[in-house]
Design a protein around this ligand. Sequence first.
Ligand code: GDP
Ligand code: ZN
Length: 462
Amino acid sequence: IGANPNGDTIAAIATAVAAGAGSVAIVRLSGPQAEAIGRRLFVAPGSQAWESHRVLYGHVVDPADGRRVDEALLLLMRAPRSFTREDVVELHCHGGLVAVRQVLELVLAAGARLAGAGEFSQRAFLNGRLDLTRAEAIAEMVAARSRRAAELAMAGIDGGLQRRIGGLRERLLDQLAELEARVDFEEDLPPLDGALVRAELEAVRGELERLVAESRQGELLREGLRVAIVGRPNVGKSSLLNLLSRRERAIVTDLPGTTRDLLESDLVLDGVPLTLLDTAGIRPTDDRVELLGIERSRQALAGADAVLLLFDLLAGWTAADRELRALVPEGVPLLLVGNKLDALPPGAAPAGVPSAPPEAPLARISALTGAGRDDLVAALLGLCGAGEVQGLQVALNGRQRELAAAAATSLERALETAALGLPWDFWTIDLRAAIAGLGAITGEEVSEAVLERIFSRFCIGK
Ligand code: GDP
Ligand code: ZN
């Protein structure tokens, strides 16, 4: 028996579709009418049985005129053994754009409603198939840009985060139960040791703060770092970008000022997805096009999570480099990169190069030969706090981090109350707030409005 027996049936194209691309496109239906609609539109030749979890071969046919719209496979998954725990029908059509859209139109004409973003996942959550952390991890899997990000999402789908948060919530519920029992029946129960309660609240608070601190790394894995490469014309920005991406993506020339537009390159370094922004040389100029490039460079610097400032070791740290340094916004991690190490005469100390302005670390490389590349990558990731992503097991997303941080603050307040020696029922106020916050992470305590907001960020058909 499926949940939502009187509810509507939703449908959507569940795969990415584009003309000339994708060998299979799937139209997915979920709800009480899914099977009836499937039987109306799908003709399976021979004596193929309409059984759950069995694939039928046949054609999607327009019931109005009997015209074959596409050759397809039909997969029926009856409730509750489906992703949504409702009756689900999947029509596996040929890829591309036109036929699959027609199939969807027929499905909608037959009585299904077009699904909103994330509505299948929302039903799966509401019907108890997934907790909220697992549902969000599925969306993160879809969005993953690197192998490590996908691994982290998979850990979430497996319930790693739900168990961590759910476990902490259980521990708080145990303490709440002890306290509440004392509020009501103090004289009938053995005395409660306040120090033990406080130690437990403190331990949970510490775990929450650790999770909050680690979430920064998870964010880097999910969203990637935006790194601006700036430097005077001809210091080797494009060459460095090529070296890091190991692709001939940027055009390298001997003419100063070739890189006029902002060039974005997506790559993965040590499991961390990065977007590198190669900028035009920032310098005073009368050239309109060049001016445009400078404006973009300023924008790149403004939006960057980190900056690589390249200078030429042969020329030394010049006044122009100093001016560029001054453009880097306060608080953005900066790595100075001395380039063209290969061209320095052996043993020669580069003339006029300060070891580095005191507040920024320095790497020396040759973008041409690749010398110093690994040290540069390690220094960059370390600078951004991305060095420790390898050991990460679970990671909170932004929503979860806010809730966990608020729960930790509530526990801190409960501990302050406890330290004042106030009666038990005073302790429970903030403890309850912490429990509610953790419940909002897993979805045990979450409002419909919040759910709508979360699932609306998913893609259609998920
Ligand atoms: P950009 O203007 O900062 O992007 O500089 P490019 O990457 O276009 O490089 C300008 C010139 O410097 C090209 O001729 C490169 O081959 C050369 N170059 C870049 N990196 C190095 C390096 O590490 N060593 C040497 N010897 N030449 C380099
Ligand atoms: Zn360039």
